[in-house]
Design a protein around this ligand. Structure first.
Ligand SMILES: Cc1ncc(C[n+]2csc(CCOP(=O)(O)OP(=O)(O)O)c2C)c(N)n1
Length: 551
C-alpha cells in the first residue's frame, strides 16, 4: 500500500468521507488512490477558497470533518480566508496540503514555499509527514486534532514521495473524547449569580446554539428571569417556530452596547465576553458594561447542553412560562423590491429543515425578524468576518445534507470572492437556492466611512465602494457556471422566482435588484439597524433609536 492509499483508508475508516479538492501534480497519487477507495466522495472546486469554505459548511452540518486537498503553499494561501472563518467558528477541518517530494525541496523549484508558516496562522495542529511508514499515524493524529473538542483546523502536509512510496499502513485515531462535564462548583456559582436578584443574561455561542442546549437555556431563563443572548456570528444556530427565541447581539457596537446596558451578570456559555468588531477612535472596544460581572459556565471543550440542563435542575421550577417562538410568517410582500421585501419573501416560503448560509450583509437586516417564526431551520453565519464564505459554506452544507434545501443569501460584493462555487453546485447538482442581493455597492463600507466621521461624498473614496460601473450581471455569470438563473426587481418577481427555484431539483440563482439599505438618506430616516435584533424589547429598541439616530 502506498502512502496516499493508507491516508485515504485512515480518513474513511475514521468517518472522513468527503474531500473538497483542488489538486496539482504533487497530489496526483492521492487523486489516483481515490479510485481504490469507494467510501471517499471527492468534490472538485475551482478555487481553494471554495474547497476550504465547503469543508467548513460540511462540518457545521455533518458534525464530522471533511478533508480538503490543496496544492502546496500557494493553494493553501488561496484557501486561507475560509480556513480563518472555520478557525473562528471552531469548526473541524482536516486540511491536507500536498508538497514537493522531500528530495526535491533543496532545489527551490517554482512552487517551493514555507507551507508551515502559512498553515500555522489558522491551524492548531500542523504535521509534515516524513515517510510512508508514518503517514497512517500522522493522518490519525491530524483527524484527532481536528475533532477536538473544540473543533479546529488541523493541517497535514503531504510530500509527494510519502504519497507514492510503498510500505504504508492505515491507522485509527483514538475516539474523540466526550466533552468534559462542567464542575459542580461552577454550576453552583452560576446559580448563585442567577439568584442574586441582579439583572442577568446568558450569552450563548458554539454548541450552545443547538436545540438541546437552547431548550435547557430556555428553562434556565424561565426559572431565573435571565435574558438569552446569542453571539453576533453563530457557527450554527437552530431557530424557528417551537424553538426558544434568542436576542442576537448586534454587529454595531452602539446597538450591542444598548442590549448589554444595565446587566449585572453576564454568563458565557461557549462564548467570549463581547468586544466590538473594529476599534473606533475614542471608543472602548469592550462591550461589557462597567460593573457587570462576567462568569463562564462552559467553554468550548465542555458539555454546554449538559451544563445548562444541570443548571436548570439546580434552579428548580420555572417561575414563568418557557418562551418558545410562535409560528408566524410575514405577509407576502408587494410592489417595488427592497432588501427588506426580499427577506420577507424568504420568510413566506422558507421550508421546514432549510439551511440558511447567511452572507447577506447589510441587505439581510430584516432577515431575522422575517424568518423568526418560520418552521425550524439552521442558520450558518460569517464566523470570522472574512467575506467570500457564504457560497462555499452552502456547497458544503448541501453535500452534508442532500435531503435539506439550502438557501445561500448572499450580498453581491461578497459573492464575487468565491463565485466559482456556482460551478460546483451545478456539477454536483446541489439543492441550493442562491439569492444575490444586488445593491451594486460595498454598502457596509459606506456606512463605516460615515461612522468614522469621514466626509467623502462623490469622492475618490466613495468610488471604492461602488460596484455599479460596470454593473454586475449575475444571471449571465450563473449561466456561465451552469446554474439556471433569473432576475427579480419586484416583490411579485422574487416570490415567483423562489417558487420556480423550489419546483425544480438542483441549484438556482436569483438576482434580486435592491437599493442599498444603508444609503445615507435611508440611514437617517429609517431605524433599519433595529431590525438586526431579534425579539427586541420595546424600551431597548427606543433607547437604541435615540442613540443611533439622535436627531
Ligand atoms: C477577505 C475580506 N476582504 C475584505 C473585507 C472588507 N469588507 C467587509 S464588508 C465588504 C464589502 C461587502 O459588500 P457586499 O458583500 O456587497 O455587502 P453590502 O455591504 O453591500 O451589504 C468588504 C470589502 C473583508 N471583510 N474580508
Amino acid at each position: 500500500m502506498n502512502g496516499a492509499e493508507a491516508l485515504l483508508r485512515t480518513l474513511t475508516d475514521a468517518g472522513v468521507t468527503t474531500c473538497f479538492s483542488n489538486p496539482g501534480t504533487s497530489e496526483m497519487h492521492f487523486v489516483a488512490a481515490l479510485d481504490s477507495e469507494p467510501r471517499m466522495r471527492a468534490v472538485l472546486t475551482l478555487f481553494e477558497g471554495v474547497a476550504t469554505g465547503a469543508a467548513d459548511g460540511y462540518a457545521r452540518m455533518a458534525d464530522a470533518p471533511a478533508a480538503t486537498l490543496l496544492h502546496l503553499g500557494p493553494g493553501l494561501g488561496n484557501g486561507l480566508a475560509n480556513l480563518h472563518n472555520a478557525r473562528k467558528g471552531h469548526v473541524p477541518v482536516v486540511n491536507i496540503v500536498g508538497d514537493h517530494a522531500t528530495t526535491h525541496v533543496r532545489y527551490d523549484a517554482p512552487l517551493q514555499s514555507d507551507i508551515e508558516t502559512v498553515a500555522r496562522n489558522v491551524s492548531t495542529w500542523v504535521r509534515r509527514s516524513q515517510s510512508p511508514q508514518e503517514i497512517g499515524r500522522d493522518a490519525a493524529e491530524t483527524i484527532a486534532a481536528a475533532n477536538g473538542p473544540p473543533g479546529a483546523v488541523a493541517t497535514l502536509i503531504l510530500p509527494a514521495d510519502v504519497s507514492w512510496s510503498n510500505g504504508a499502513q492505515p491507522a485509527s485515531p483514538p475516539p474523540a473524547p466526550a466533552p468534559a462535564s462542567v464542575p459542580q462548583e461552577t454550576l453552583e456559582a452560576t446559580a448563585r449569580a442567577l439568584r442574586s436578584g441582579g439583572r442577568c443574561a446568558l450569552l450563548l455561542g458554539g454548541g450552545a446554539l443547538r436545540e438541546r442546549a437552547l431548550r435547557a437555556a430556555a428553562r434556565v431563563a424561565a426559572a431565573s428571569g435571565a435574558r438569552l443572548l446569542c453571539e453576533v456570528f453563530p457557527t450554527r444556530l437552530q431557530r424557528g417556530a417551537g424553538l426558544p427565541a434568542l436576542e442576537r447581539l448586534a454587529y454595531l457596537p452602539e446597538l450591542a452596547g444598548v442590549q448589554l446596558a444595565g446587566l449585572q451578570h453576564l454568563i458565557l456559555v461557549q462564548s467570549t465576553a463581547p468586544v466590538s468588531f473594529f476599534a473606533y477612535p475614542g471608543r472602548s472596544g469592550e462591550l461589557v458594561p462597567n460593573g457587570c460581572e462576567v462568569h463562564e459556565l462552559a467553554d468550548l471543550a465542555q458539555d454546554a447542553a449538559g451544563a445548562l440542563e444541570a443548571l436548570a435542575e439546580l434552579l428548580g421550577p420555572e417561575r414563568s412560562e418557557i418562551q418558545l417562538q410562535a409560528p408566524a410568517r410575514p405577509p407576502a410582500p408587494r410592489g417595488a423590491l427592497t432588501a427588506e421585501r426580499v427577506c420577507e419573501a424568504i420568510g413566506t416560503v422558507l421550508p421546514e429543515g432549510a439551511i440558511i448560509s447567511d452572507e447577506s450583509q447589510t441587505s439581510g437586516v430584516a432577515l431575522a425578524p422575517s424568518t423568526a417564526g418560520a418552521p425550524p431551520h439552521d442558520v450558518l453565519a460569517l464566523t470570522g468576518g472574512s467575506i467570500g464564505q457564504g457560497l462555499p459554506v452552502a456547497v458544503g452544507a448541501a453535500v452534508a445534507c442532500p435531503e435539506r434545501p439550502v438557501f445561500a443569501l448572499q450580498a453581491d460584493g461578497s459573492a464575487l470572492y468565491t463565485i466559482q462555487s456556482l460551478w460546483t453546485m451545478a456539477r454536483e447538482q446541489l439543492d441550493v437556492t442562491v439569492v444575490i442581493f444586488r445593491n451594486d455597492a460595498y454598502a457596509i463600507l459606506e456606512l463605516e466611512l460615515q461612522r468614522v466621521g469621514a466626509r467623502a461624498a462623490d469622492s475618490k473614496a466613495r468610488a471604492q465602494f461602488d460596484l455599479s460601473n460596470p454593473s454586475l450581471d449575475f444571471v449571465s455569470l450563473a449561466a456561465g457556471f451552469g446554474v439556471p438563473a433569473r432576475r427579480a426587481d419586484t416583490s411579485e418577481g422574487i416570490l415567483d422566482a423562489l417558487g420556480w427555484a423550489a419546483a425544480e431539483p438542483g441549484p438556482h440563482l436569483i438576482e434580486a435588484v435592491v437599493p442599498s439599505v444603508f444609503s445615507p438618506r435611508r440611514l437617517r430616516t429609517l431605524p433599519y439597524a433595529l431590525r438586526t435584533l431579534e425579539a427586541l424589547p420595546r424600551p431597548i429598541a427606543s433607547a437604541i433609536k435615540r442613540r443611533v439616530y439622535p436627531s
